[in-house]
Structure formats: C-alpha cells, structure tokens
Ligand binder design. Structure first.
Ligand code: NAP
Length: 256
C-alpha cells in the first residue's frame, strides 16, 4: 500500500468505496478487501450500510487502528444536534470508538457552514472523530470551511474524464487530501482505447492505468467500489508500476 501524507497524517492512497453495497455483499466485500491488503474504507450515513461495514471490519481480524475509516453526514442532518446524534449512531453501527475522517457529504443548504463544522469539532474534541473534511466543495467553499475547522480532505468526483485542475492545485497548495470518488467512471474507463494502449506497455488493464494515474498525483487518493475478488484484486494491484510524465499527460488530456 502507498500512502499520501496530509498535515502529517498518513492516509492509504487507495480505499474501498461502498456506495450501493449492502447486506452480506457489503460485509463480505469489506472483509475480503481488508484480507487482501486494503486499509481504507469509505462509507456514509446515507448509504445505510455502516453496520455491515462495521461487521466486515470486525470479521477481517485486521486491527481497527490499521484501517482508515471515513463516514459522512447527509445535508438533512447538518443542524448541530442532528449532526452529533447521527454521528454517535454511526460509531455504534460501525462498532468503533472513532472514525478517522468525518465529512460533510455535500455543501450546506440552509444550515450555516460554521454550525455543522462546529458540531464536527465537538465530536473531534470528544475523540469520536479524528479528522474533519468535506465533499463536493468548490475551491471557494473549501476556503470558507477552513475558517471553521482544519480540513483534511475534500472528496469529489475525479477520473480521467473529469477535470479537477483547480481543486488539485488547491489541495497541493493547502495540503489537503483530494479523494477521487467514482474513480472508474462507474466502470466506464474499462474499455477506453487510450488507457488500454498505455496499460499494454506495463502489462496492466485500462482500469489499473486510471487508478495509477490518480494515486500517482500528489495529495490524491482513490476509492473505487468493487464487490468480487477479481475487481478488488485488480484495483489494488497498481503500486508496482509507474506512469511516465508523458503517459500522465496523455491521461490528463482525456478531460480537456
Ligand atoms: N462523496 C460523494 O458524494 C460520493 C458520490 C459517489 C461515490 N462516492 C464514493 O466513491 C465510491 C466509488 O464510486 P462509485 O461507486 O460511484 O463508482 P466507481 O468506483 O467508479 O465504479 C464502481 C463500479 O465499477 C465496477 N468495477 C470495480 N472494479 C472494476 C474493475 N476492476 N473492472 C471493471 N469494473 C469494475 C464495480 O462493479 P462491482 O461492484 O461488480 O465490482 C461498480 O459497478 C463509492 O462507492 C462511494 O464510496 C462518494
């Protein structure tokens, strides 16, 4: 596993996404992934699968302290007391005393940004949350958020067809983690001719090239969702090759 260092914190560059994973499939995928070497799991209160994620972590036998675990508060729960009670519920479901990262799932709509981030800071003071972050925030809103809390991460849609140059530059300048969600464009990168061609030179698939391109960028992590052993293994196997500067630029050109 490779790590990004953000504000002195080491975060595994690759994590497991769990949106739309529920029930036994979710519990099994989390357990399997951790058994294979994944050390970063992404869930959210809205996904309705925190209990399964918690059981999967427990079943894996991997020490809680070795796993970087993220959950997110949904906008309808952004009011101070709701954010606190929903996150305490998350900890119970996840069978843990803390999450490594708690995110505001989307920008606020009504509740002042400082109210939600203030509640998240209280959870941090209690020890139930190690780091605070946001998701789907623009550069200007991210900047505003830093007036209320230290922001470790902004999780946004990022893959070869999605240009995130402004956020990437900001993440590198301000030292925050840019976590790429939907990094496979929901499986859409699999058949890409250019990614396939680049992959052939390294004995890798188009999917692996897309993930390697992400995790090779400073301050970027990726959280592909996968269910079965084959996809989980393919996605994890991106740390034994490197894309040249020219190959990186070719992938960047897909979004221009
Ligand atoms: N913050 C937000 O607002 C937000 C929004 C969307 C997503 N997310 C997070 O980001 C995670 C990932 O995004 P996503 O689930 O939207 O999309 P994704 O990771 O880009 O794609 C997932 C799809 O790709 C398939 N897949 C996985 N590995 C593959 C491989 N090696 N080859 C071919 N297909 C493969 C999966 O199938 P199988 O399941 O069958 O393996 C699944 O259908 C989510 O699960 C969630 O944790 C966050």
């Amino acid at each position: 596993m490779q790590y990004q260092t953000i504000k002195g914190e080491k975060v595994p560059s690759l994590g497991l996404g769990t949106y739309r994973l529920t029930g036994d499939a979710c519990e099994g995928a989390v357990e399997r992934a951790l058994g294979m070497g994944y050390r970063h799991v992404d869930t959210a209160q809205m996904y309705g699968n925190e209990a399964e994620v918690g059981r999967g972590i427990e079943d894996s036998g991997v020490e809680r302290g070795e796993v970087f675990l993220t959950t997110k508060v949904w906008p309808s729960d952004f009011a101070h007391d709701r954010a606190i009670s929903k996150t305490r519920e998350s900890l119970k479901k996840l069978r843990t005393d803390y999450v490594d990262l708690l995110l505001m799932h989307w920008p606020p709509d009504g509740v002042p940004l400082g109210e939600t981030l203030g509640a998240m800071r209280e959870l941090q003071d209690e020890g139930g949350v190690l780091h605070i972050g946001v998701s789907n925030f623009s550069p200007s809103l991210l900047e505003e958020a830093t007036e209320h809390a230290e922001i470790l991460c902004n999780q946004v849609q990022y893959h070869p067809y999605r240009n995130q140059a402004a956020l990437l530059a900001q993440a590198q300048e301000m030292d925050y983690l840019l976590t790429a969600y939907t990094p496979l464009s929901r499986g859409g990168v699999q058949g890409d001719a250019m990614l396939k061609e680049i992959g052939e030179a390294h004995g890798k698939t188009a999917t692996q090239v897309a993930l390697r391109w992400l995790v090779q960028q400073d301050k970027v992590s990726a959280i592909p969702k996968a269910t079965g052993e084959e996809h989980l293994a393919e996605n994890l196997d991106v740390f034994d090759f490197e894309l040249s500067e020219e190959e990186m630029d070719r992938v960047f050109s897909l979004s221009r």
